[in-house]
Design a binder for this molecule. Structure first.
Ligand SMILES: *[C@@H]1O[C@H](CO)[C@@H](O)[C@H](O)[C@H]1NC(C)=O
Ligand SMILES: *[C@@H]1O[C@H](CO)[C@@H](O)[C@H](O)[C@H]1NC(C)=O
Ligand SMILES: *[C@@H]1O[C@H](CO)[C@@H](O)[C@H](O)[C@H]1NC(C)=O
Length: 398
């Protein structure tokens, strides 16, 4: 019963006729699937232990990260890109514990490392990875080494599209998948184990490969933001140190802030400012797919953080929400690609006061949203963006 309430918002506004395929292709399938699944007897299964049977092959005991036999690479893959290997379709799967493999494929322990994590119903390539990996390589001088790791937890994140078998980018890419994996609730619960496993990767890179924990910047979208929160906590517990930065791109609201009644047997601790030295959050669909309340050292609310310009109107609520929710990734991408057109933002208690020009446009109250955000920034910030990509170009600045 609760479940119906929970997915009701997802089912509203399903007449997806003229969206761009980018925004809508995944959702239409999802919605159809949910509608079909609602009429099946097996629905209860979605809430049972079985729904995460593929999630728990990883044993989280201390020190276990090196016990490769217990770590499942079937369900969580770490796909690495380096300066020598920037092609999105040609990532290298790396493994906790395999030092030589990492070095052979160009991992540089003294370079900064970006770890990117997708959310519900996505994967390492079609989620934020597909936008941010090329952006980082594009914006980083070619002489400057950088490691980028895009996490693939598609099989635990509700993705029902198979990775095409003719392109075995990832050796064990054909993950085990059940129909009930599509539901939001098991993926929401899986964030903890995926976050821990990623934490174990960071622990390995620091302890066994000489990486500096302060060279890590974790970036997660939606449920991926909470994955990165769990990673930050895991690293703190195992290393007694925090990663330098976590960027949360519209951290998922359902289970972590809203609809909590529909989510159980998980910890659902939202990403928060204690998880890294610096936690910056960009809210673009607050109150629907994203969280409303500020959880970072700094929280940016572009265009007030609920809806985004250029997205479908209120009569298309689902497309409107998906568009706004994924906007956070595009804003991050634009901040990397067009740093000159910085997303200048103003510290202000509310959007109304911001719009009315009440808040002082003093240097002390101006911050830059996205990649170039100063780690000293604190507070709640508002800004306006454009309605098309690039969203920071040609917009009146603060
Ligand atoms: C694919 O990546 C490997 C390194 O992981 C590199 O040696 C190779 O040149 C890349 N191939 C293409 C087509 O980019
Ligand atoms: C994740 O790691 C934390 C810290 O080690 C641990 O307390 C927790 O039980 C782990 N959770 C899972 C699902 O493995
Ligand atoms: C922030 O995360 C820590 C774990 O790292 C947790 O103990 C704490 O309760 C969280 N705070 C909030 C406000 O959620």
């Amino acid at each position: 019963m609760y479940f119906y309430l929970f997915i009701l918002p997802l089912l509203l506004g399903t007449n997806g006729a003229e969206e761009s395929p980018e925004e809508n292709s995944i959702l239409d399938d999802t919605e159809l699937f949910l509608i079909k699944a609602m009429s099946t007897e097996g629905m209860k299964e979605a809430f049972g232990e079985s729904s995460v049977r593929n999630a728990v092959e990883y044993d989280s005991e201390a020190g276990d990260y090196a016990g490769l036999s217990k770590v499942s690479h079937k369900n969580v893959q770490f796909v690495m890109y380096t300066r020598e290997n920037t092609d999105m379709d040609n990532g290298t799967e790396i493994y906790i514990g395999l030092k030589d493999h990492l070095l052979t494929y160009g991992y540089n322990p003294s370079a900064p490392t970006k770890i990117i994590c997708h959310g519900f119903n996505s994967d390492y390539k079609n989620g934020p990875g597909g936008q941010l990996v090329p952006a980082y390589f594009n914006a980083t001088p070619s002489t400057q080494p950088i490691n980028i790791i895009s996490i693939n937890w598609a099989s635990m994140a509700g993705l029902h599209k198979e990775i095409p078998p003719e392109k075995p980018i990832i050796p064990n890419g054909q993950a085990h998948r059940q129909w009930y994996d599509i539901f939001y609730f098991p993926p929401a619960r899986n964030t903890e184990i995926v976050g821990n496993l990623t934490g174990a990767l960071v622990q390995f890179l620091v302890q066994n490969m000489g990486a500096n924990v302060k060279d890590f910047h974790l970036i997660g979208h939606s449920l991926g933001a909470h994955v990165m929160g769990y990673t930050g906590r895991f690293v703190q517990e195992k290393l007694g140190m925090s990663v330098a930065r976590i960027t949360g791109l519209d951290p998922a609201g359902p289970c972590f802030e809203s609809y909590r009644f529909a989510c159980f047997r998980g910890t659902f601790i939202p990403i928060n400012r204690t998880n890294a030295d610096f936690v910056d959050i960009i809210h673009t669909n607050a109150g629907r797919f994203g969280m409303t309340r500020p959880v970072g050292h700094v929280d940016f609310y572009p265009n007030n953080g609920h809806h985004q310009p250029g997205c479908p109107g209120w009569w298309r609520p689902t497309s409107r929400a998906i568009c706004a929710h994924t906007r956070s990734v595009k804003l991050m991408k634009d901040s990397i690609l067009f740093p000159k057109f910085a997303f200048r933002s103003l510290e202000c208690p509310t959007w109304a006061e911001f719009s009315d020009g009440v808040c002082k446009r003093d240097k002390r109250f101006v911050a830059v949203m996205g990649e170039d955000c100063s780690p000293k920034t604190r507070g709640i910030y508002f800004l306006k963006t454009g309605d098309r990509d690039p969203f920071n170009v040609g917009v009146s600045t603060i």
